[in-house]
Design a protein around this ligand. Sequence first.
Ligand SMILES: [Zn+2]
Ligand SMILES: [Zn+2]
Length: 132
Amino acid sequence: MNPSEYLSSYGVSRTAIREKLLSILSREDQALSSKEIEEKLGEDIDRVTLYRSIRLFEDKNIIHKIVIDDQTIKYKLINPKKGSTHPHFHCVECDKVLCLPETPLPQCNLPEGFSAKTQNTIVEGTCQKCNH
Ligand SMILES: [Zn+2]
Ligand SMILES: [Zn+2]
């Protein structure tokens, strides 16, 4: 599927910046922060338009947001077969964030009257590269 077909399958009309954003995100194994995306886009892109496109992709479930802390927020394309309810790995040395394979999420005993909607599991440690 080419980028513009991909976007239209999500009900998103194509613009140059959205296509570039999509191709950057689909090329990467690891999740990217908006700053990293900005660096990869290079040239003089309009930041407001970029940030708006990221938010649109999120709303349309093209990407999912991974929040490590208020300094580290990353985005990764959603694999429609996998969805976005999987744990993530955060390397504390180089700040790399990866999606991990789906595993059953731990059961929590919620207080009476509470209900769960989502659960974020972040595994922290060091990646292969930082272990050498
Ligand atoms: Zn690392
Ligand atoms: Zn993920």
